[in-house]
Design a protein around this ligand. Structure first.
Ligand SMILES: [Zn+2]
Length: 225
């Protein structure tokens, strides 16, 4: 996230509407919530502090203090509140989503403070940079009725094969799939189950495409990796 320059800038420029939302900017460690309980933190603010440390670090490499950031993660999401290994894809999804919400919440708080309210379509730098659109196209082979369903995405999960390029993985992602046998489509026009084709097309690419490379594939027959 730090190496995505427009996102880095937006996070460094972040100004919480109501001052330090998590209290104690200068504190190396996060203050616990009331009665020592964990409460959800403004992760955008925590990233802002972390990025400030990283950006002001004169050395290109070397250690930096991340204890406060780790405490904020643990306080905000019970799933990560342990010392186990976690899935990086799951983590980035959660963090981006949280930062997106924090941007929107802060915009809302600023809007009410200025008396301007929130715009009709509030947006965040996370959305502006990473959100794309997928088009699910399902077509009944018998009557050729086609349904198109649009959905948004913030990253694409791609199967990878050895010695293949990213472009190849993208092409495979959009390969037409036959819905046959147990997977037949219940067609609204034919009113019966029919063989159909399904394809997923990237309808709109985001400015920055986040790709999740799936190194493991589950064999549907054996449930083995
Ligand atoms: Zn049909």
């Amino acid at each position: 996230m730090f190496h995505c320059l427009p996102l880095r800038k937006a996070i460094l420029d972040y100004k919480p509407a109501n001052g330090d939302p998590n209290r104690g900017e200068n504190s190396k460690e996060l203050e616990p919530g009331p009665n020592g309980t964990n409460t959800e933190k403004d992760m955008l603010y925590e990233l802002h502090l972390l990025f400030k440390t990283l950006a002001s670090n004169k050395k290109a490499r070397g250690p930096f203090n991340h204890r406060r950031f780790i405490s904020a993660i643990k306080a905000s999401n019970a799933l990560f509140d342990n010392d186990e290994h976690h899935d990086s894809h799951e983590f980035i999804n959660w963090l981006l989503d949280k930062v997106h919400e924090d941007f929107l919440r802060n915009q809302g708080a600023r809007g009410s403070a200025d008396g301007n309210g929130v715009g009709a379509n509030p947006t965040s730098p996370v959305q502006d940079l990473f959100m794309g659109k997928l088009l699910n196209v399902v077509r009944c082979v018998t009557c050729e009725t086609t349904t198109r369903r649009e959905e948004t995405f913030f990253n694409l999960s791609l199967d990878i094969e050895q010695n293949s390029s990213l472009i190849h993985c993208m092409q495979r992602f959009s390969v037409k799939e036959l819905l046959n046998l147990d997977n037949k489509l219940t067609c609204d026009s034919c009113l019966t189950r029919q063989v159909a084709t399904k394809e997923i097309i990237v309808g709109h690419y985001p400015k920055v495409l986040l790709v999740h490379l799936k190194r493991f594939r589950i064999d549907p027959r054996t449930f083995q990796q």
